[in-house]
Design a binder for this molecule. Structure first.
Ligand SMILES: Cc1cc2nc3c(=O)[nH]c(=O)nc-3n(C[C@H](O)[C@H](O)[C@H](O)COP(=O)(O)OP(=O)(O)OC[C@H]3O[C@@H](n4cnc5c(N)ncnc54)[C@H](O)[C@@H]3O)c2cc1C
Length: 364
């Protein structure tokens, strides 16, 4: 189910001081397996100090490019990003799971839309893929990008964005917002937050003209921009968000839920019969309801379940509850309509009934 494939690395380029762009070689026999949509991500796996470490990285290439390219920003003290910067070289191989993710909207060549995108730091990677694919697929659509960084030296994919701007002069507008480098227009100085979003809407972007907005960046920026766009008249369904990591405040909320669950006498020590449907096969286990997430219980029984972040962010372990009930600690990835259809994140889900059937094969 994990379906990792060993891909060789064609090229590793330094993008900024802290970011590398990694181009992966895609052999012809894997082209259909790795066919991707704009805004999707790959999960990479490496053994680091004897541990199986998996992290997700968004594709930063257009669908038309047919090129598996990711950009990895080095996070201070980060296990995988630090290892990747020190070790990834052209010619070596790395384990990669096929593309996943729902951070996109369907495109139609006849459509004439205005897409608005907000990105901060490494959040530009899926946004770049979305922008380029949209401009290439829909010749009558246009895009406004608001991209936040500390200074021009930290702007990831800077050259690629400049090339895109040259190519689509009339249909792409890029606003760089810098927090530590003064720009002539004061509106473009500072950080992307609720006030900046409101000011841009007042002076620069006609929000009632926007069809869909995409936001990718730190959690507080993503939340503030989404809320502001809604206060300015956009509806939630018009706004797509993607998070790379979540704030620790949610860990506290999850801990409180866990505490409530383990102090519930009816749950304490209770068992659950779980059936995991994966690649058409049924795997049955009996697990304790209060101690382990469904993902951890399945993995402990040797079931090959796909996963990456284990933090409720990447949605790699998404599945559908076909029978029974679960209790989710955190969700930073699923949209309301997916939850309404019964989808859960198995890394965050705990059994809340005596029997459960989880289907990992359903995608929509
Ligand atoms: C769907 C998805 C797509 C992603 N796409 C990209 C991408 O295109 N490029 C990219 O560079 N990263 C991307 N990420 C983030 C990436 O998966 C890793 O989380 C990141 O590289 C840090 O991993 P690490 O092992 O180095 O850090 P860890 O060892 O996991 O963390 C070390 C410390 O850094 C903090 N931290 C973790 N992630 C971040 C982050 N993104 N920003 C700031 N602090 C963080 C942690 O809270 C911890 O304190 C994506 C994540 C998801 C879920």
């Amino acid at each position: 189910m994990s379906h990792f494939h060993s891909l060789s690395i064609d090229r590793v380029q330094q993008d900024t001081r802290d970011a590398i762009i990694v181009s992966l070689h895609l052999p012809d026999e894997l082209r259909s397996v790795f066919a991707y949509q704009q805004g999707q991500h790959l999960t990479l796996r490496a053994m680091i100090d004897g541990e199986d470490v998996r992290r997700s990285y968004s594709l930063c290439s257009a669908v038309q490019d047919q090129q598996l390219q990711i950009a990895i920003k080095k996070v201070s003290g980060g296990v995988f990003s630090g290892w990747a910067h020190a070790n990834l070289k052209a010619g070596m191989t790395i384990d990669v799971m096929p593309p996943m993710g729902h951070f996109q909207v369907p495109l139609q060549p006849a459509q004439s839309r205005h897409y608005l995108a907000f990105a901060a730091g490494s959040g530009i990677t899926p946004i770049y893929s979305i922008i380029k694919t949209s401009l290439l697929t829909e010749p009558h659509s246009r895009v406004t990008l608001v991209y936040g960084n500390r200074a021009s030296s930290t702007v990831m994919l800077r050259e690629a964005l400049a090339d895109l701007k040259d190519r689509f002069l009339d249909r792409l507008s890029i606003v760089h917002v810098m927090s530590r480098e003064k720009q002539e227009i004061d509106l473009f100085n500072g950080r992307i937050d609720a006030d900046k979003c409101r000011a841009l809407a007042e002076h620069w972007i006609k929000i009632n003209d926007v069809d869909v907005a995409f936001i990718c960046g730190p959690e507080s920026m993503t939340r503030q921009v989404s809320e502001t766009l809604q206060s300015l008249g956009m509806i939630k369904d018009q706004i797509k968000t993607e998070l790379f990591s979540a704030a620790t405040v949610d860990a506290a909320a999850a801990a409180a839920r866990r505490q409530a669950r383990t102090s519930d006498a009816s749950v304490l020590g209770a068992q659950c019969e779980v059936s995991f449907i994966i690649d058409g096969h049924h795997h049955q286990i009996t697990m304790q309801r209060d101690t382990q997430s469904l993902l951890d219980a399945g993995l402990a029984h040797g079931i090959d379940i796909r996963y990456a972040c284990k933090g409720g962010i990447c949605a790699t372990c998404r599945c559908k509850v076909v029978e029974g009930r679960v209790d989710m600690d955190a969700n930073h990835a699923l949209e309301d309509y997916e939850i309404a259809r019964g989808f859960v994140l198995s890394c965050q889900a705990f059994a809340a009934s005596e029997r459960l059937v989880l289907d990992f094969d359903q995608d929509s």
